[in-house]
Design a protein. Structure first.
Length: 99
């Protein structure tokens, strides 16, 4: 997605709204993969892998820096998103496995 030059406040807001919509769509897509991943895991501990979570956040922070974006903003957003998706994955794990 490429940024376009806006000539009015309304144009800029329209572009922001379109980006926001794409962000939500991408988060929904990520969440769909999270639900699939549950079938490959065998325990809640595996879902809550601190090593994997740290790796994901570190990659996101590095990308933010590369794009001249606040790594702290991305860090906070990813922590919130991952926390919610871990809960989703745990629910999926419980629905697909018999303990």
């Amino acid at each position: 997605m490429e940024m376009i030059k806006c000539n009015t406040l309304e144009e800029a807001r329209k572009q922001i709204d379109m980006v926001d919509e794409k962000l939500v769509e991408l988060i929904a897509l990520r969440n769909s993969y999270i639900k699939q991943i549950a079938q490959f895991k065998t325990s809640v501990e595996e879902v809550k892998s601190e090593e994997r979570i740290s790796d994901v956040i570190n990659r996101a922070r590095a990308k933010a820096i590369e794009l001249d974006l606040s790594p702290n903003l991305i860090n906070d957003m990813f922590i919130r998103m991952i926390d919610e998706m871990v809960e989703t994955e745990i629910s999926e794990l419980h629905n697909t496995k018999v303990f």
